[in-house]
Design a protein around this ligand. Structure first.
Ligand code: NAD
Length: 259
């Protein structure tokens, strides 16, 4: 299969392309090059410019759409251009070029305000009193979106647009509400605030689990789906059963081992 990866010069893109380039024929698109950029044919262009970016979609079977501003604090003008316009362009270019499938990097921030509610508000800061792992309702693919930021709103937009393109044009779409992926590939983040590190024990997605999740999304039968991108963490509060049942996701890592 020929797979286009957008955002290929970034943290996830560079790691993912290197991990899957033996399994797929990869091309890439990013607004910038970087020292970590993978050694694959890459179109350097702004994803919000439809005329220039859509050329990358020619002859492609599937797209992994990662290009965006990733920080949750991203100001609205950048969210609008790099997350919303670029994502709409990706779906439209996929449709125009007969691409079968899009895997969209959504985010846990599309439903981030659930973390204001008990028990998630306590788990995120490490207060587990009276709780047992998995002994509470998981946040799953059926909950309403509850974005916690303009960034989260942009991810909800990307999911809604994906559903629209699926239902109207038959595009196959997987939206991954990714938890926490970091360069050190560990829930121990030396740069995070202490409460951030505890949260990461619940939200961590290891590089190999991410690679497997994306690979399953590219290769298994799919309509429109929302999956949570999280490892098999003891204190996770996002559902993984749906991905396990639907596409055979089998996470190998558990953040608890790093506590
Ligand atoms: N890292 C995480 O923990 C995490 C969590 C949830 C969701 N995500 C999502 O996963 C994706 C990748 O995240 P990352 O951590 O690798 O981020 P990153 O910032 O390292 O990489 C993003 C890449 O997108 C490119 N990009 C941004 N705007 C663009 C545009 N208009 N046109 C073309 N390229 C553009 C950037 O140049 C960059 O190389 C993002 O969509 C992010 O929102 C990441």
């Amino acid at each position: 299969m020929k797979i286009l990866v957008t955002g290929s010069s970034g943290l996830i893109g560079s790691m993912l392309v290197n991990a899957i380039s033996d399994s797929f024929e990869i091309s890439a698109l990013d607004a910038r090059t970087s020292e970590h950029a993978p050694d694959v044919p890459t179109l350097i262009t702004d994803g919000s410019d439809y005329d220039s970016m859509s050329k990358a979609f020619e002859g492609v079977d599937g797209v992994v759409h990662l290009a965006a501003n990733a920080p949750v604090e991203t100001p609205w003008p950048d969210v609008l251009k790099n997350n919303i316009s670029t994502t709409h362009n990706v779906y439209e270019a996929a449709r125009q070029h007969g691409v079968k499938r899009v895997v969209f990097a959504s985010s846990n921030h599309a439903v981030g305000n659930f973390e204001m509610d008990d028990p998630y508000s306590r788990i995120r800061v490490g207060d587990y009193e009276g709780l047992t792992p998995g002994g509470f309702k998981m946040i799953d693919h059926n909950v309403p979106v509850r974005p916690d930021s303009d960034y989260g709103v942009s991810k909800a937009f990307g999911e809604a647009t994906g559903r629209y393109y699926h239902e109207h044009f038959g595009l196959e779409v997987a939206c991954l509400r990714i938890g926490t992926v970091n360069p050190q590939n560990s829930p121990k983040d030396p740069q995070a605030r202490p409460e951030g590190s505890v949260r990461t024990l619940a939200t961590w997605l290891s590089h190999r689990d991410l690679t497997q999740l994306v690979t399953q999304c590219l290769t298994q039968p799919l309509g429109f789906e929302i999956f949570y991108g999280v490892s098999d963490n003891t204190w996770r509060f996002w559902d993984t059963d749906h991905a396990k049942k639907t596409i055979g996701y089998a996470p190998l890592d558990n953040g608890e081992e790093y506590r």
